[in-house]
Design a protein around this ligand. Sequence first.
Ligand code: SF4
Length: 361
Amino acid sequence: MSSLPVLRGRAGINSLLSSQDANPKVAKNSKLGQLTAVLHLAPGNMSGHEVCPKRSPGCTAACLHFAGNPLYQDAKTKARIAKTKLFFDNRNLFMNILALEITNHILRARKKKMEPSFRLNGTSDICFELKKFILYPETAAIIRKRISKTNLDAKNIINMFPSAQFYDYTALPERVVPPNYHLTFSMKENNLQGVRQAIKSKMNIAVVFPLREIPSAYNIDDIEYQVIRGDDHDYRPADPKSVIVGLKVKGTSGKKDTTGFVQRVPNFSVGENRPGIRSKFSGHDVQSPTVQGQIQKVNQMLEHLNEYFKIMAALNSVGKTQPLMAVGLKAKLDSLAKRTQSQHLRNRISKVLQESVKTTA
Ligand code: SF4
């Protein structure tokens, strides 16, 4: 009988799934009674096989694969590459090992009186619901002997274990998955269309923010969504519906992101030297090229306005009349506020205009 050690030996790998304790965030799933096992493959095309068909430059650089202790990075990468190669070179062997590891994990969870859950795309974005394979008769016999609620005639791993919960992040908005597979859509710097499609399909959207800047709400196409703290645990099936899952950026490269993958809130102040007109811009807009362009334009205009106030203060002549230059800039801001599709931008411009009027009145 081909037991798990025999199959692993044939494949030349150790285990496919990592235990819950290997990842501090996944470990927090135990608060919800979940015992979660994660499959980590080598992301992108690191193994010579592409496992993230919709990755972006931003997410590739900030990928979770590179977070963690650098001392173990080489060994970790080597092991993940070996697993990924096995997935592509010998799908049946890979999936039979996975099926046996899933069985063991389900038994382990039961022993601990917890619910078994699985994240198969810890560092990949593979449609496991479409990956067919043949279960070896020996593997099927072992599984049947150990657990009852299975569907061993199913063609994919998700349907094979209907009583276990699977979940993942994905950037593929069109996936149609079985009821025991929960997906959260990953927003990147270049996939606004995918975000819209995912919202239509009632998926929650995961958005990466800088460490200390997770907002309480976030706008997509002028609709404000509640942001929940996605780092409190990793068990996404427990999330409420129609929310943004706010994730803190991880890893050194992620913290240095300049692509827009990390949704930095643009901050700037007007009138640094004049508390009366200090105003913060903090739009939580999806940074589409149009809105980004508008933000830059507003930044420039506000800088000019700020300059103007500095000059006027230097000349000690801020008075009751507003010279033409300021009036012109304000008119431009006003017109932009009317044209922009961004509610946040409108609100901020209106606040800045009110404050500047107060100062010069
Ligand atoms: S899609 Fe996910 S796993 Fe793949 S490179 Fe981007 S962040 Fe990493």
